[in-house]
Design a protein around this ligand. Structure first.
Ligand SMILES: [Zn+2]
Length: 116
C-alpha cells in the first residue's frame, strides 16, 4: 500500500476546521480559504468535495431572520447570552445548530399574553 501524504486531507485535523468548513460553505473562494488558513488550494477543494456534505453546507450557512441588529447581538454574545459567531473574512456567521440550541434553551415566553 503506497502512502501518499500529499493526498491526505489536512483539514480534517486542522485546528481551524470549523472556520474552514464555514468559509467554504459561505462561498469564500478556494484561494481565499487556502491563503487564510495556510493550506493548499487542492486540499481545500478536496475537503470541500469529500468531507463537506450538502447537509453540512446547509447547516453552516449564515443564519438569517434573527430579529436583532448586529450591535444588539454583539452585546448579547459578550454577555454570554448568545452563541459566539465565527468570523469569516470580514463577515460574521453563526452555526445553525448552536442557534437552534440557543433557541431551545430559551424560556418560552408566551407571545400572546392573556391566552388562557
Ligand atoms: Zn477533509
Amino acid at each position: 500500500m503506497k502512502r501518499t501524504p500529499g493526498l491526505r486531507c489536512t483539514i480534517g485535523n486542522h485546528p481551524a476546521r470549523p472556520q474552514i468548513d464555514l468559509a467554504i460553505a459561505t462561498g469564500l473562494s478556494k484561494r481565499a480559504v487556502a491563503e487564510r488558513f495556510g493550506v493548499s488550494r487542492d486540499v481545500v477543494w478536496r475537503h470541500g468535495q469529500a468531507h463537506l456534505t450538502a447537509e453540512m453546507r446547509a447547516a453552516l450557512k449564515p443564519v438569517k431572520g434573527i430579529g436583532h441588529c448586529r450591535d444588539h447581538l454583539r452585546r448579547k454574545w459578550k454577555a454570554g447570552e448568545f452563541p459566539k459567531p465565527i468570523a469569516v473574512s470580514d463577515r460574521i456567521a453563526f452555526r445553525e445548530d448552536e442557534i437552534d440550541d440557543w433557541l431551545a434553551s430559551r424560556p418560552r415566553r408566551n407571545a400572546t399574553a392573556g391566552t388562557r
